[in-house]
Design a protein around this ligand. Structure first.
Ligand code: FES
Length: 185
């Protein structure tokens, strides 16, 4: 099957982190999964392009490229953003976490663990973005209602239609995170 072409430029017309792309320093630097990375100048390249094509972090997926499907979500300072419509200039000096940066060594993040335990995936293509969206939600809302989970996951599309298990996995992750937080008190 032919490889889909990943455009290096962000799509126009979608909201992103800031309204205007700031002027870049000569060599933009930001943290990715805890490591400082410096990439070539040209702040209009999308963060997704830089992560996948320049830093080799292919866990973040290219779906629509237009901010519609959520497959490309990463955390920027802990908040889920669509990297396909985020110019790399907007993350200079900030901290980016991709799906590769969630596990603690061999120990999966509780959200990853819940998705794996419940088999909450079919083809799996959308799952990195789903997990990132769930991590972002649970970082600010450790006891989400069913409605809050639905709203948080609403911008993520699963073409296999595995939504019920995905939502169940988010609730499972919330419960296990709370119980392990309780044990560590
Ligand atoms: Fe970014 Fe679809 S690839 S939202």
């Amino acid at each position: 099957m032919a490889r889909r072409t990943l455009p290096s430029r962000r799509s126009a017309g979608k909201a992103s982190l800031r309204k205007h792309t700031p002027r870049l320093p000569a060599l933009p630097t930001f943290r990715v999964n805890g490591v400082e990375r410096t990439v070539p100048a040209d702040g209009e390249r999308s963060l997704l392009y830089v992560l996948r094509e320049e830093l080799g972090l292919t866990g973040t997926k290219y779906g629509c490229g237009e901010g519609e499907c959520g497959a490309c979500k990463v955390l920027v300072d802990g908040v889920a953003v669509r990297s396909c419509i985020t110019p790399v200039a907007e993350v200079v000096g900030r901290s980016v976490t991709t799906i590769e940066g969630l596990a603690d060594g061999d120990r999966l993040h509780p959200v990853q663990r819940a998705f794996a335990d419940l088999g909450a995936f079919q083809c799996g293509y959308c799952i990195p973005g789903m997990i990132i969206a769930a991590v972002s939600l649970l970082s600010t809302t450790p006891r989400p209602t069913a409605a809050q989970v639905r709203v948080a996951m609403d911008g993520n599309i699963c073409r296999c239609g595995g939504y019920l298990r995905i939502l169940e996995a988010v609730h499972r992750a919330a419960a296990t995170s709370r119980s392990s937080a309780g044990r560590s008190l």
